[in-house]
Design a protein around this ligand. Structure first.
Ligand code: DC
Length: 226
């Protein structure tokens, strides 16, 4: 009987706007590994619950929704960002909004919703490797990951980055409003009882304040390929 070595996993956790999404995608592309954007799963469930007219504080209804929502990731035909298809509808743009982020954060505090998404997340671990982006990748979902990173940046810097991203997409937002939303979401994500936002004990902490994307990518890649 052969014992194949486990598929390697690199977990990249951190708060909203720490650059996780961009860095994870670039690192996965560089390594030729798969990518799990776990935040998109919570956003998709929040979105599906909203579309179904559910009360987002109704734990039973939202949990049923988490079990039944069909979430697919599809490569963009124009070479752009991966599309997220929720129950057959391309919801990529709706999922990026702060409203979707806030809904995701609210339903992500429900243990039964998190439980409903575990198997789906574990299923992303396929050869030759996985880059897992989220809040609890290194602590809860892939505690045995060989490589773990926790990215941070000051709330002011994260608000600035998010502001630039949303403005480029033509959305109307204010810097002050974004910073307040980011701080509120951080404190909810960090203080929830189940799988709170915190670095795994064996994660490398990288504060990306004032750092360029290439510099962060190089630091993260050095964890996998020292
Ligand atoms: O990474 P993001 O901004 O797309 O995540 C949206 C929300 O989903 C975030 O505020 C908290 C929640 N989330 C989570 O609880 N666990 C994860 N692994 C990923 C996201």
């Amino acid at each position: 009987m052969s014992h194949a070595p486990p598929v390697p996993v690199l977990t990249i956790d951190g708060p909203s706007g720490s650059g996780k999404g961009t860095i994870s995608a670039l690192v996965a592309e560089h390594l030729g590994w798969r990518l799990l954007d776990s935040g998109a799963l919570y956003r998709a469930v929040g979105y599906a619950a909203g579309m179904a007219g559910l009360d987002l504080s109704d734990v039973e209804a939202v949990t049923r929704c988490a079990h039944s929502t069909k979430i697919q990731f599809r490569a963009a035909t124009d070479g752009g960002a991966t599309r997220v298809v929720v129950n057959g509808h391309d919801a990529t743009d709706e999922l990026r909004t702060e409203t979707a982020g806030a809904a995701a954060s609210a339903i992500a505090s429900m243990p039964s919703v998190r439980e409903a998404l575990v198997a789906l997340q574990l299923g992303f671990r396929k050869s030759p490797g996985l880059v897992a982006d989220g809040r609890d990748m290194g602590t809860v979902i892939f505690p045995d990951a060989a490589f773990k990173v926790f990215l941070t940046a000051s709330a002011a810097e994260r608000a600035k980055r998010r502001y630039k991203q949303l403005k480029e997409k033509g959305l109307s937002v204010t810097l002050g409003g974004l910073q307040r939303e980011i701080e509120a979401r951080d404190s909810r994500d960090a203080s929830r009882a189940v799988a709170p936002l915190k670095p795994a004990e064996d994660a490398l902490l990288i504060d990306t304040t004032g750092m360029g994307i290439d510099e962060v990518v190089a630091k993260v890649l050095a964890v996998v390929q020292p």
